[in-house]
Design a protein around this ligand. Structure first.
Ligand code: ADP
Ligand code: MG
Ligand code: ZN
Length: 478
């Protein structure tokens, strides 16, 4: 029997706010342990939470970016559990009235577009971090109370690669929207992976197995590449799968069972009595709407359509947004947008990296790149010379035309001058000249190379080829 995988992801994302969710402590990674704490995020008795409005705005903004609706009312609930990383013994989250729900993400996958529906995105709070030493353990509460958004997908994902593509698309959207920096190294994105398998055309879903707390997208992919065949093998050998939670071990590359039962009622969810339900007003929603940005996929498609760029170039301009914006500020001014993209992606980017500088520090006027493309396209300079001109432009500024003028780099298209270079090349290389006459066509390239050398790269190469060929065929030799 053939089986298929069914996957739904719960993705936790730390929001990009200055302060924590319920107090004024800094939301900042990497500080010494327990330096961003106060009675509120330490869960001391008698304190009251004050909601971080920016976190509410960023969650609503995420809803808009993910095509969700924003209901008229959201509320917070206590999810009760006991663990040292959560001193209050409950986590504030949104249980049955989340900030936003019912959307979808479209993303590129296997040469086409795929869609994963979004169940909901709700707001909660991060917890502290446990550290285990030789003889004791410690908790760092700097992370406790950091605004955390959970994005729950419908079980629309069908394999490890699709999960990976979805997560990357989601991350790109959140980074674009300014919702989160999604820095994986800093643990800003974590993911619970729910996966089941079922016979290919079965209607019902199989037993859900949850792999908890994955902190890298490649880890998610690897875990699924292991877990899906494992589940299929269990069923094929006549075994049964039961709803359970597993742990991925990155070192051994396997998942192992942690526990088998866990239901919502175990958490005894109830509404947070210290917080009013949140009811967004029209102006509040309008302010959030004004922060909606063009999605990365739409930007890519637009770059391809408007400037006739290949997918790879367009993707580069999506991932490197400032570079894309820079390109876009110039593209309407050029007749050759593809060549302009090449200059920016290949040459300019390399120079910026090499000199450890950025686009704000350019010595030349950006429009100089448009000029440079034009000089090449009109045959005024060769593309090889253009590299030198660009190099000088980058170091000392100045317009390409003036550099060409000052250094006498203009391409020589004057037939007389090229003829004399051709004569010299033929005279100095009787062997290759004879080879060509004897039918060895490739010898022409060698001679052409010599002409370019003699002209210091300035001869118009097409013209040089023509003249050489004519001279060799007509037997006119000096
Ligand atoms: P819980 O209440 O245990 O968190 P949910 O029904 O809310 O479970 O689903 C959590 C996640 O698991 C969602 O992303 C959902 O799409 C996914 N999911 C639910 N059932 C299955 C299943 N049988 N197989 C795979 N994924 C599932
Ligand atoms: Mg869950
Ligand atoms: Zn605090």
């Amino acid at each position: 029997m053939e089986y298929e995988a069914v996957i739904g992801l719960e993705t936790h994302v730390q929001l990009k706010t200055r302060s924590k969710m319920w107090c004024g402590c800094a939301n900042e990674f990497g500080a010494p342990p327990n330096t961003h704490v106060c009675p509120v995020c330490l869960g001391l008795p008698g304190v009251l939470p004050v909601p971080n409005e920016e976190a509410l705005r960023l969650t609503a903004l995420t809803g808009l970016l993910l095509n969700c609706t924003i209901p008229p009312r959201a509320k917070f609930d206590r999810k009760n559990y006991f663990y040292p990383d959560m001193p209050k013994n409950y986590q504030l989250t949104q249980y049955d009235q989340p900030s936003t729900s019912g959307g979808y993400v479209d993303f590129e996958f296997q040469g086409g577009l795929s869609r994963v529906r979004i169940t909901r995105a709700h707001l909660e709070e991060d917890v502290g971090k446990n550290f285990h030493f030789d003889r004791n353990s410690g908790v760092d509460f700097n992370r406790a109370g950091v605004p955390l958004m959970e994005i729950v997908s419908e079980p629309d994902i069908t394999g490890a690669d699709m999960a990976y593509a979805y997560l990357n698309a989601l991350k790109d959207i959140l980074v674009y929207g300014g919702v989160s920096d999604c820095d994986m190294e800093k643990g800003m994105v974590r993911c619970d992976v729910n996966v089941s398998v079922r016979p290919k055309d079965a209607k019902e879903l199989g037993a859900k197995i949850e792999i908890k707390n994955m902190n890298s997208f490649s880890g998610v992919r690897k875990a699924l590449e292991y877990e899906i065949p494992r589940q299929i093998a269990v069923l094929q050998s006549g075994g049964k799968l039961i709803q359970s939670t597993r742990r991925w071990d990155d070192v051994t590359g396997i998942t192992e069972e942690m526990r088998t039962k866990e239901d919502a009622h175990d958490y005894r969810y109830f509404p947070e009595p210290d917080l009013m339900p949140f009811e967004p007003t029209e102006p509040w929603l309008e302010a959030v709407s004004s922060r909606v940005v063009e999605l990365p996929l739409a930007r890519k498609q637009r770059f391809m359509a408007d400037y006739h760029l290949p997918a790879g170039d367009a993707q580069t301009f999506v991932w490197d947004r400032p570079l894309g914006d820079f390109y876009e500020s110039l593209a309407p001014a050029t007749k050759n947008p593809k060549a302009l993209a090449n200059w920016i992606i290949n040459n300019l980017r390399a120079k910026l990296t090499e000199s450890n500088s950025n686009l704000d520090q350019l010595k030349f006027a950006p429009t100089a790149l448009v000029e440079l493309v034009e000089l090449v396209d009109s045959g005024k300079i060769s593309s090889k010379i253009a590299q030198d001109v660009f190099g000088e432009m980058f170091i000392s500024g100045g317009s390409p035309a003036s550099i060409v003028e000052r250094r006498g780099l203009a391409q020589v298209s004057d037939t007389g001058a090229i003829e004399s270079f051709c004569d010299q090349a033929i005279a100095a290389n009787p062997g290759p000249a004879a080879d060509f006459r004897a039918g060895k066509v490739a010898a022409l390239n060698f001679l052409k190379g010599q002409v370019m050398k003699l002209s210091k790269g300035k001869a118009n190469p097409a013209l040089a080829g023509e003249i050489l060929e004519h001279k060799l065929r007509s037997g006119v030799s000096p």
